[in-house]
Design a protein around this ligand. Structure first.
Ligand code: MG
Length: 244
């Protein structure tokens, strides 16, 4: 058995991983949207005289816009942002993102989803995004994979990642136990939410973070992999070993 699986099973005293469901984050997992989010945050912060690098945006991924703005204000101005400042900066960031972003799938994500679908695994999306047109966009880029009933979005949660709430809701919706599902995440705070829910987590490094920045969130509950091809290979190996 793979070492990460052994660690996970012994941590929770499970006998096996018996995968029935898979929970996917969206930004940086399904769509290659993070480079545009990061660039939009950097331009907006810098325009307001606040030092902010692309790397900072990757570290913050998963937080709400207001929480990102408040955190940098505390750090650089020693105070929280006002509601007007939050509204203005978040609008600037969103406008910038919309003007520069191109929708692209993350490489090799489609064969992974299609394999899971063919195996009868229930596929859920668990995202902090609250875009109204999300399902239309998912259907266009991933035909037949996602449906309305199997989504946890910003509309379903009070706290959001890194709180475990979104993954707890996904477990409740899917009706499976933690050892009957796995998560695919790309951001440290997303991994933290997933691990806090007791789920085995593939932390896929699709951005500019170091392996260590993801690894330190895993806490014996998953593995860092470089891309979606590696996730598919890992899943296929688990299947062959009848542990999935
Ligand atoms: Mg993400």
């Amino acid at each position: 058995m793979k070492q990460e699986i052994e660690l996970y099973l012994s941590k929770y005293q499970y006998k096996s991983l018996n995968i029935k469901a898979a929970f996917f984050d969206m930004d940086g997992v399904l769509f290659n949207s993070m480079p545009y989010h990061a660039e939009a945050w950097k331009r907006t912060m810098n325009a307001h005289g606040i030092p902010f690098e692309l790397h900072d945006a990757y570290v913050c991924e998963g937080r709400t816009g207001a929480s990102v703005i408040n955190e940098v204000f505390l750090q650089h101005k020693g105070r929280m942002a006002t509601d007007d400042e939050i509204q203005l900066m978040y609008k600037e960031k969103s406008d910038c993102f919309n003007s520069i972003s191109k929708i692209e799938r993350i490489p090799d994500i489609l064969p992974l989803l299609e394999t899971l679908k063919a195996d009868g695994i229930d596929i859920y999306i668990v995202t902090g995004s609250g875009q109204e047109s999300l399902l239309d966009r998912l259907n266009k880029w991933f035909p037949g994979i996602f449906c309305k009933e199997k989504m946890v979005t910003a509309f379903d949660v009070k706290k959001g990642k890194p709180d475990p709430e979104p993954y707890l809701i996904a477990l409740a919706k899917s009706g499976v136990q933690p050892n009957e599902a796995f998560v695919v995440e790309n951001a440290p705070l997303g991994v933290r939410a997933s691990v806090a829910t007791g789920l085995f987590t593939f932390a896929v490094n699709t951005g500019i973070l170091t392996t260590k920045e993801l690894e330190c969130e895993l806490n014996d509950s998953g593995i860092v992999l470089p891309d979606m091809k590696a996730v598919l290979n890992y899943y296929n190996e688990l299947k062959t070993n009848a542990k999935i």
